[in-house]
Design a protein around this ligand. Structure first.
Ligand SMILES: *Cc1c(COP(=O)(O)O)cnc(C)c1O
Length: 424
């Protein structure tokens, strides 16, 4: 499908008068509508709740919007927990899905009353020592092997290889963990797993649900514990490329419902609440990176240089990810120029696009990089002394608000103490 910017050239120019490029901008309307569609797709399940994966876009303004739409927050670190605290989000509105968990982080999650999801069997002893076992506890499952979709042999699609993943426990460990946690006072149990990332197949969640529902039945039979929650975690993908299909959330919700009716209900386990921890799906399409073309260069290839770089959006450099690019105001012009669109890092992988067909770009053109709303700003870094950009919210009424200022050199220098320097 054609990818249409949620920002017009006129709107962009208006914002740039106050907030210079580069900046990330988020579309409140899109975020709210999408969250509502997700909640609707799972409304058949009484306790359904999405816990937004904070790591994807850790901005309190955006967290507040999602909170207003009924979402909780999924955290994995001390500072992410602090962000929730700052937003007055606590208790069962936080899911703490960490790994390699430090003592202080576990303690903080416990103090906030968060739902705690244990990544490893040794965390059973660990949590007993650190803070004690809460009434409700989750364990993360790793089935090992290869995760496939499809069924019939000619159609099998390998999604990912849990056998190579550092996360979660084996089934035997889950069983022992549940028994020991119950002995230590836990009353309600949850199961969590994350088996594949950025899946555009609508069958991912139903297949994962089927695996976890069957596991729940087996664990319930073996341990007798009350399994109350199943957390399907993140992984539902977005259509970064125009030719990719969009995830159909209504279809996905219905697919999970069928597995629920098939597997859990006959076992008398129909009181289970479904949780999700989506990050990308909640925000990626509703954020974009806005930059200005500041340089053009013609050597063996044609290059357009932007005032943004991989430090503002790392995915293309890190994973070779595709991000669609629009030149604002030139949406209807023919894409008859082939460019590499680059940033200014001293790294040749600092390219937002390689051999991309685009309209003729002139210096000063405003470049709109699509689908940067999740794992975009948040993966930013300061390499080459580059500073993190501002974040802007495009509100439902068309006005805009600065929701994070850009870093200044002062921020870059804030962690040095120059007072001991002789030449000072
Ligand atoms: C990263 C992560 C998510 C979110 O993943 P998306 O691909 O953004 O949906 C959810 N849960 C956990 C534990 C994660 O690490």
């Amino acid at each position: 499908m054609e990818k249409i910017p949620f920002l017009s050239l006129e709107q962009a120019k208006n914002i740039i008068k106050e907030i210079p490029t580069p900046f990330h901008i988020y579309d409140e309307k899109g975020i709210r509508e999408n969250a509502r569609a997700l909640n609707k797709a799972f409304s058949w399940n009484k306790g359904f709740k999405e816990y937004f994966a904070v790591k994807a876009t850790p901005n309190p303004y955006l967290m507040k919007i999602l909170q207003e739409e009924g979402c909780g927050m999924d955290c994995s670190s001390y500072t992410e927990l602090m962000l929730c605290e700052a937003c007055d989000i606590s208790g069962s509105n936080i899911m703490f899905s960490s790994n390699v968990t430090p003592v202080e982080d576990m303690q903080k999650a416990y103090d906030l009353g968060a739902y705690i999801n244990l990544d490893d069997y040794t965390h059973v002893e660990f949590i007993k020592k650190v803070c004690g076992v809460p009434k409700t506890i989750f364990c993360r499952y790793n089935p090992g092997g290869v995760f496939e979709l499809g069924g019939s042999e000619d159609k099998v699609q390998v999604m990912d290889t849990p056998g190579d993943s550092k996360y979660g426990m084996t089934e035997e460990q889950m069983e022992n963990a549940f028994i020991e946690l119950k002995e230590a006072g836990a009353e309600e149990f949850g199961i969590h797993a994350f088996l594949a990332s950025n899946t555009v197949s609508n069958e991912y969640y139903p297949e994962l649900a089927s695996i976890l529902f069957k596991l729940a039945v087996r664990l319930h039979k073996k341990t007798g514990v009350h399994i109350k929650y199943i957390n399907l975690s993140g992984g539902v993908g977005v259509d970064y490329k125009p030719e990719e299909p969009k995830s159909d959330i209504a279809y996905i919700g219905e697919g999970v419902r069928k597995k629920f009716e098939e597997i859990l209900v006959p076992e008398g386990m129909g009181d289970i609440s479904i949780f999700t921890e989506l990050g990308r799906y909640m925000l990626a399409p509703y954020g974009s990176l806005i930059a200005t073309a500041i340089h053009e260069k013609h050597i063996y290839k044609d290059y357009i240089g932007l005032d943004a770089c991989a430090a503002n959006l790392m995915r293309p450099a890190m994973y070779g990810s595709y991000h669609h690019i629009s030149v604002l105001g030139k949406e209807d012009k023919p894409c008859d120029h082939k460019y590499d669109v680059t940033g200014g890092l001293c790294e040749n992988n600092d390219k937002f696009a390689i051999d991309r067909m685009l309209p003729k770009i002139d210096i000063g053109d405003i470049i709109y990089i699509h689908d940067a709303g999740a794992h975009g700003f948040s993966m930013g870094y300061n390499y080459n002394g580059k500073l993190r950009s501002a974040e802007v919210l495009l509100k439902e009424d068309g006005s805009f608000e600065l929701i994070r200022r850009a870093e200044t050199p002062k921020d870059y220098f804030a962690t040095f103490d120059f007072s001991n320097f002789k030449f000072n």
